[in-house]
Design a protein around this ligand. Structure first.
Ligand code: KG4
Ligand code: ZN
Length: 336
């Protein structure tokens, strides 16, 4: 069978990314232009700035992907792009570019859900995943547990009621003066600290469902920090360690509970927070104890990238699920 080469484009937040993936698995190029250093000074992503930077970056990033893969524009079979969910202005830059590129080349356009892309990051590396599986998607905008019949069929079984896990990491890190993005900053501080010196609640862990709430955990961390600061006894590393431990324990135990109740073979992690070492470690131990196979993407494929978009699009390509050129971007978060 002829190889299928798909160009993926991702611009839903603060990364301008382009990748070329062969047959949904083999990454030929994976270019990511991160705007983190630009947004750092504001303590978070500024949507208008992100859109403008995407406009500057998109053409060179795509050109670099082709150069790296050693391919000509006409060699690809389809153009895939994230069209939902995300910052509307940021999404529109990638989508408009992808439409023009596909139209100019006479190739089909494939619209990809960013979250489905995150899940696909697992498939880029692991062909051996056995279904059904439970997938925990944890990013800056999402905390969702999915029951996956196979790669194409998923059902949402629980999600956060308020803040996403990554959002909680980012907000608490900002409050503690640890900088942006908060997940890696808290992880680094936590390595020098000890969990359990301060105590934070394991919110919703006592509930027998798959719902999460991280806003309360975030507020508890902030209140405890203020109280301890007044007493003059604060160690930011210990607070970071306890916050990370509480959040990770909730994520891990709810995921394991779901895997046991649904009797699945495999557990998958996806999204930026899946890069967290503590989450990976505890989930590995617990999955082993319960006899479940655990899969997570390589670090660089957990956070936003276009290889996962081109990978997911392969599935759409073989099923003929193409997008019309008048398709729009959708900022909304309820896409799964
Ligand atoms: O998937 P992603 O790159 O973008 C979204 O789709 O939101 O996820 C970004 C989120 C941020 O909140 C960031 O703080 C978090 O992932 N993150 C981490 C780590 N690396 C990134 N959280 C915890 N530990 C990490 N090592
Ligand atoms: Zn993402």
């Amino acid at each position: 069978m002829k190889d299928t080469l798909i160009l993926g484009i991702e611009s839903s937040c603060d990364e301008t990314a382009a990748a070329i993936v062969k047959n949904g698995q083999e990454i030929l190029a994976n270019i990511i232009n991160s705007q983190i250093s630009i947004h750092q000074q504001f303590g978070g992503v500024v949507p208008e700035v992100a859109s403008r930077k995407h406009i500057e970056n998109i053409a060179p990033v795509v050109a670099t992907a082709f150069r790296e893969a050693g391919l000509k524009y006409n060699d690809i079979d389809a153009v895939a792009v994230t069209n939902r969910p995300g910052l509307i202005g940021a999404l529109l830059v990638g989508l408009s570019f992808a439409k023009a590129f596909a139209y100019g080349l006479g190739k089909p356009l494939i619209a990809v859900d960013h979250l489905q892309g995150h899940i696909w990051a697992n498939i880029l590396e692991h062909r051996e995943i056995e279904f059904p599986a439970i997938c925990l998607v944890v990013s800056g905008g999402h905390t969702s547990l999915l029951y996956m019949e196979d790669m194409g069929t998923s059902r949402l079984i629980g999600q956060t009621r308020d803040d996403a896990a990554g959002e909680a990491f980012d907000k608490v890190a900002r409050f503690l003066g640890l900088g942006y993005p908060g997940g890696p900053a808290i992880q680094k501080a936590a390595e020098q600290g000890t969990a359990g010196i301060y105590h934070l609640p394991r919110v919703f862990l006592d509930r027998n469902d798959y719902e999460f709430s991280f806003s309360g955990l975030k507020t508890a961390a902030m209140n405890l920090w203020i109280k301890q600061s007044r007493r003059g006894e604060v160690r930011v590393e210990d607070m970071a360690a306890e916050f990370q431990a509480a959040l990770v324990e909730i994520l891990v135990e709810k995921t394991i509970r779901a895997a046991n109740n649904y009797q699945v073979r495999s557990i998958m992690l996806a999204g930026g927070v899946a890069a967290n070492q503590s989450l990976r470690q505890l989930m590995t131990i617990r999955a082993q104890q319960e006899g479940r196979q655990l899969f997570y993407p390589a670090l660089g494929l957990c956070t936003d990238n276009a290889a996962m978009i081109a990978g997911k699009a392969y599935f759409d390509y073989i099923t003929g699920n193409f997008a019309p050129l008048n398709i729009n971007a959708q900022p909304s978060l309820n896409s799964l």
